[in-house]
Ligand binder design. Sequence first.
Ligand code: ADP
Ligand code: MG
Ligand code: MG
Length: 251
Amino acid sequence: MLRIENLHAEIDGKEILKGLTLEVNAGEVHAIMGPNGAGKSTLGYVLGGRPGYEVTAGSVTFNGPEGPCDLLEKEPHERAAAGLFLGFQYPVEIPGVSNVQFLRESLNAQRAGRDEKPLSGAEFLKLARAQADALGLAQDMLKRPVNVGFSGGEKKRNEMVQMGIIDPAFAILDETDSGLDIDALRIVGDGINRIMRRPDKAVLLITHYQRLLDYVKPDRVHVLADGRITRSGGAELAHQLEREGYAEVVA
Ligand code: ADP
Ligand code: MG
Ligand code: MG
């Protein structure tokens, strides 16, 4: 579903991704682990098409619901319409735009890209309320400006509510577990499974901690260090990393 080959990317002339190769099949969850500054968030941004990140070599092929495409040729909104979702490590606050407005515009923009009719306000609210309930996000947070004044954990839940509404084919989740308490971790883990664990979907789960992987069982675990995948294995690799640390395992 996603094939990344020899990807090199730089920001402000500094090379961050240095020949990253990775393949994710439909139906799979892959965890990406690795030391701080390794390039994990950069990988997410490059796949999402964030401005300022220059790809200098390599290719990314995405085989989503509309068939195979060269992901790097597309604009960020086109990538989203093609089925890609990026959950941010640090979700942004958007004062003056309510969560409901934001989520409805996001969904309807994507539906338009697929030649589907927009959802009415009532249809959308029903969907948004159901997703908020499933993620344990208080209903009144839907009316508040996007992420403004939300706690770290609420922002992460809100990202998952957004993912539930958008219902993407491929999700890249960047440290979705950071800042979550034990209960929220389980709720978010259940949410990821409910929304994304399907034969026609796949997930790249960036995390520092094994504990999220207790809920969302990875099919593959990769270590990203210094801009490349340096080690891959099954779920046991995450346990080994937790026991021994990156320095030991990557060396
Ligand atoms: P990770 O998510 O694995 O912790 P990042 O992808 O956030 O790592 O960052 C990788 C490297 O890129 C780090 O050394 C970071 O300082 C650097 N970096 C990120 N953004 C910029 C930027 N705008 N300008 C220069 N360096 C940057
Ligand atoms: Mg980091
Ligand atoms: Mg990061």
